[in-house]
Design a protein around this ligand. Structure first.
Ligand SMILES: Nc1ncnc2c1ncn2[C@@H]1O[C@H](COP(=O)(O)OP(=O)(O)OP(=O)(O)O)[C@@H](O)[C@H]1O
Length: 277
């Protein structure tokens, strides 16, 4: 996961893998095909290796369901999700996830939280600590190694959660509205930091959001989902390069892209607010 592992010519992570999603539908509840909720309806999508891909859609359209299916946290009912390791049949260290509510162990310090996954990998103690400290540094939490989550702000807790997930070196990073619980300013700072972490690690990222600006700011490509039952309506290439440190939100292309995408999601957002879920 460290920057040294990036391919010198392409600046990409040669170990990153893509995700093939083929004709995936998902239904919650009901009996004998009757009742319940159809969350996803025939989703087909290719997530490319090394790309930052946003799933954008209104509340309840099935974004989290799709992410949890990719993560292997809920079983695939119909269709196939496949990575280089084969079909997804359950959770695997290949795929790390960051949740909205940080999901840190409250009784463990930042260092202990970051060490948690590494202990399971069976690395020698010295190597585990070095790795954990490397990722704590990467998310700018050096000096807070011995702090407990309750002693940290929301943004810091989410940085710790990102360090913990990155430390086990997943090939795919799944993020479920990770900044949704943060105030607007912290959110903006975290978006900038995440983009910069991604530029240094070049993992394949799937990032769930219902925020158009966030998707345009972070992603290389954006899949726009319809209101429930979720379908992929458009896949948009954001298509502009960002210079490190550049305040991209001021660029005319950024504003135009945001307006274009809002035009595509607006009707779905209205439909979602009118349907009970
Ligand atoms: N465990 C569950 N049991 C029954 N229905 C569920 C379950 N999880 C999700 N749903 C329903 O499936 C639909 C899709 O939910 P999901 O959380 O995937 O959407 P989402 O796009 O991530 O929403 P949000 O942006 O509000 O988090 C919703 O109507 C939701 O109520």
């Amino acid at each position: 996961m460290s920057a040294q592992r990036l391919d010198a010519r392409t600046g990409t992570d040669p170990n990153a893998v893509g995700i093939e999603i083929r004709d995936v539908s998902h239904h919650y509840g009901g009996r004998n095909g009757q009742g319940g909720v159809t969350a996803l309806d025939h989703i087909t999508l290719d997530i490319r290796p090394n790309e930052f891909h946003a799933l954008l859609g209104p509340s309840g359209c099935g974004k989290s369901t799709l992410l949890y299916l990719i993560g292997g946290f809920i079983p695939v009912q119909s269709g196939v999700i496949e990575t280089a390791r084969g079909p997804v049949t359950g959770p695997n260290p290949e795929r790390g996830i960051v949740f909205q509510n940080f999901a840190l162990f409250p009784w463990k310090t930042v260092l202990q939280n970051t060490l948690y996954g590494l202990e399971k990998l069976g690395l020698p103690k010295k190597e585990r600590e070095e790795k954990a400290r490397h990722f704590i540094d990467l998310v700018h939490l050096s000096g807070f190694e011995n702090a407990f989550p309750s002693q940290l702000s929301g943004g810091m807790q989410q940085r710790a959660a990102i360090a913990r997930t990155l430390a086990v070196d997943p090939e795919i990073l799944l993020m479920d509205e990770p900044f949704g619980a943060l105030d607007a300013q912290t959110r903006r700072v975290m978006q900038e930091e995440l983009r910069s972490i991604w530029q240094r690690t070049r993992k394949t990222v799937v990032f769930v959001t219902h925020d158009v600006q966030e998707a345009v700011f972070l992603a290389d490509r954006i899949s726009i989902m319809s209101a429930r039952p979720g379908r992929i309506q458009h896949v948009i290439d954001v298509g502009f390069n960002r210079e490190p440190g550049e305040d991209v939100v001021k660029r005319p292309e950024f504003v135009e892209m945001g307006e274009h995408i809002w035009g595509l999601v607006r009707d779905q957002a209205i439909a979602a607010t009118r349907s009970a879920h």
